[in-house]
Design a binder for this molecule. Structure first.
Ligand SMILES: C=C(O[C@@H]1C=C(C(=O)O)C=C[C@H]1O)C(=O)O
Length: 346
């Protein structure tokens, strides 16, 4: 399928790379940011004429204007979809501006430039079909599946309701934590903070317009924020009361039931950890394939003994620092490198 991307910001560019990796031809147009010459459309009419599917990858606040300027150049054989993080407004806009005539569907890819660069998997997409165009939803679903994505269908409202308490609240809490200095360089942090520290990092890296859109364009976000603030005040209040009365009953964490025996518990943790290791190996394989494609474009061979030697040296040093047997860790990485090379076809 020939794809046209309207809007070549951070997401448009990342989507273009994903399409390219999956072997799709795409072209892009953006009046603001520089599209590389090899995939740049001359102008909007030319982009529309050359594409079977058109992706609206502009900030939500700019969707109406972008769609209005695209509309005169669209044909009924094409399909249009947006990739915005909220769905009620954008899906209504697509329906209003494209109507019965131009097939369209709303989508929200649950990944972005940061998670794609880190080769995080699985890639998931929420698809909000227009009742007017069931076949368009099927076409766009097939396109995303061909990129290796899992596709989940939802109504725009159901999508936005879930996003209000997850996406919007995560950004809200992260903003608050950053505002009180939790994102600063700190001399030490406890393990319980590590997961949220990663969230702060990705929120900081996200485009500025995203925060406003998540909060203001999602019809359920304000209610979710109020609910969270009320819940936090109630906890704050009961902490203050407990401090006064010396009690702590209402603050005790739920009873987790009988603890599993030590061996079982250790094995459960080992299984969970190995599962994480396998997920990490999958990401590493993906990154190896990406490096392989980059080397192919540069005309370099897959096997790079110099790079491997320095990798093994660094990993031995990391093992030493962690109090592990350096030789054993080196053997693990030799196996990892062999698997990575063979995934790259060598
Ligand atoms: C991925 C690459 O290709 C090969 C595999 C490597 C790896 O998996 O880390 C490293 C060097 C190469 O022999 C690369 O060059 O970075």
């Amino acid at each position: 399928m020939r794809i046209g991307i309207l809007g070549y910001g951070r997401f448009g560019r990342a989507l273009g790379e994903l399409l390219h990796e999956a072997g799709h031809a795409y072209r892009a147009w953006d009046p603001m940011s520089g599209v590389p010459a090899e995939c740049r459309a001359t102008d909007l009419p030319e982009l529309a004429a050359a594409s079977e599917a058109l992706v609206l990858a502009v900030p939500i606040a700019a969707q109406a204007a972008a769609l209005a300027s695209l509309r005169p150049h669209l044909q009924p054989g094409q399909v249009v979809f947006d990739v915005g993080s909220v769905k009620a407004g954008p899906c209504a806009l697509l329906d209003a501006q494209l109507g019965e005539e131009i097939p369209h569907t709303g989508t929200h890819p649950l990944f972005g430039p940061v998670s794609l660069a880190r080769a995080e998997r699985p890639l998931r997409v929420v698809l909000c079909p227009s009742v007017k165009h069931p076949a368009a939803a099927d076409r766009v679903e097939r396109l995303f599946r061909s990129l290796g994505c899992e596709v989940l269908r939802q109504s725009p409202e159901d999508h936005d309701r879930v996003m209000a308490t997850t996406h919007a609240l995560t950004f809200f809490v992260a903003k608050g934590l950053l505002a009180v200095g939790a994102g600063a360089e700190l001399p030490f942090t406890p393990p319980s903070f590590h997961a949220i520290a990663r969230t702060l990092e990705s929120v900081r890296e996200d485009a500025g317009h995203l925060f406003a859109a998540l909060q203001n364009e999602n019809p359920f976000a304000a209610g979710a924020r109020e609910g969270l603030l009320e819940a936090l005040s109630a906890i704050h209040q009961s902490l203050a009361e407990a401090a006064e009365t010396g009690g702590g009953e209402q603050l005790s964490i739920p009873d987790l039931g009988t603890r599993s025996p030590v061996l079982q518990e250790a094995r459960d943790h080992i299984d969970a950890l190995d599962r994480e290791l396998v997920a990490l190996l999958a990401r590493r394989t993906e990154l190896g394939l990406r490096a392989g494609r980059a080397k192919a474009e540069l005309g370099l061979p897959v096997h790079d003994p110099e790079r491997e030697a320095s990798q093994l040296q660094a990993r031995r040093a990391w093992a030493d620092a962690a109090g592990l047997d350096a030789q054993g860790v080196e053997e693990v990485f030799r196996a990892v490198l062999r698997a990575s090379r063979s995934a790259q076809g060598r």
